[in-house]
Structure formats: structure tokens, C-alpha cells
Design a protein around this ligand. Sequence first.
Ligand code: KIV
Ligand code: NA
Length: 275
Amino acid sequence: MKQTTDFLKMKENNEKIVMLTAYDYPSAKQAEEGGVDVILVGDSLGMVVLGYDSTIPVTLDDMIHHTKAVKRGAKDTFILADMPFLTYHLSVRDTLLNAARLIQETGAHAVKLEGADDVIEKITALTRAGIPVCSHLGLTPQSVGVLGGYKVQGKDVQAARKLIEDAKKCEEAGAFAIVLECVPKQLAEEVAQTISIPVIGIGAGVAVDGQVLVYHDILGYGVNRVPKFVKQYHAVNPFMIESIQAYAADVKNERFPEDKHSFTMKEQELKGLYG
Ligand code: KIV
Ligand code: NA
């Protein structure tokens, strides 16, 4: 299993870091078998697994519940878990207690926090307490209300400069990596070259230190439309629906179960049963 220091070495050696989300036992098992470097238990689970419109309704208990299942499915992979909405804003003390639960109750290796500004002191405190932190900059979905939608970030000089400064602050505060979401590829490259911790991109071009995507998006599982930055490797949804339709038709037409799916009672016992 890779550690936070390995990710730093991978950046130095120009070896890309592969991150993928997982939310339960089977997806975690598949991610591990698929050879990802990091499994992210993203709060995107609110949208792709729980059916909410955003990540805002996701609770710490939701994250703990799902991260435990992921850990059972991927015992040999580095697991990063998202701190959900408003669990790292009230105070340093609350942040430490919430992160401690997320780590201790699940066996996750690190936590991810969106934003810089007021979050910087939380990154410092967590790192000092021994909890590795991954930052998340650019499009930060927990702030969708303030950002005014899911839009590309850092498109003008001022916003781009702020993003570079924020990345530096996260590094100084002790973050071991930064997830950078939905920013122009040139800006993402600049950030990756400016700081020495790995930058994991999503919708951030190829000139960064690794990539992360959502499990359901790359598989076309349960999702109808995927964002521009997603590469969908298969569309499993039609196969799953076809399987369910075939099962339903088989039941209606008595094509299922067949004899091979059925249990048989011995002739002698049958006689006894019928008297
Ligand atoms: O929740 C999530 O899946 C994420 C990734 C999109 C980076 O934060
Ligand atoms: Na997230």
C-alpha cells in the first residue's frame, strides 16, 4: 500500500497518481483490483449513491457508514475520505473531533477538506494531530451556492492568482496533496509546477501529477449525463437494466426458475407428505 510520502516521490519521479472514488464494498474491491493508488470516498456519494441534488445533505455519519464498507473491500489501498459539509468550519476543536471519528471509526488514512481561507488553520491542526490532509481547490462543490453553480474556476487573472496563493497556503499548512477541480489546464499546470506536493486533477488537464474521477462516471453506472471532463470507459447501465428486464420477463413467463435452480425432495419423503 502506498503512503503519503510515496505520493510525493511519485510527483518527483513524474509517475502519475491514479485516484478513483468508491462508496461501498464491491466498488472498493473493484478499485483495488483495478490498481488505483488512492480510493477517494467522496461526498459525491450524496449524488451518485444517495440521490441528492448536491453534496450538501451528506452527513458525517453517512461518510463513516460508507467509508467502513470501502475499507472492508480494499484493505491494501490508501483510503482518503471527504469531510462533509460544515464539519470543518465551526472550530478547530470540532474539526479535530470530526476528523478523528472519520479516521478512527473507519480505518481511512486521510481526510479531504474543500477550500483555503478559514480552512487553513484546520489543515495545520489536523496535520499536527497526525491526520494527513488532502486539500480540494478550484470548483469546491460544497460551496456551490456561493459559487453560483458548477462552473470552471480561476478563469481571470485575479481568480487564478488567488488559486495559486491558496495552493501555496495549503502546502505550507501541511497538506500532502491537492485535488484541483474544474480549472483551465494552463492554470492547473502552473499550480502543479509552483508547489511540491502532488496536484490531482479533475477537469484540470493533463499537466498535473495525477487524476481523479467518479466511479459511476467512468462506468456509466446509474448516471445519464456526464460532465465534459469525464472519460466514460463503458456504459454498464443498459446491461444492468436489460438483465433486470430479462429477469422480470422470465418470472412472468415461468422461464425462471428452471429445474437446475430448484431443490428436490426424495420420492420416499414425498409419499409420506401426501399420506
Ligand atoms: O466527492 C468527490 O467525488 C470528489 C472528487 C470529485 C474529487 O471530491
Ligand atoms: Na467531494
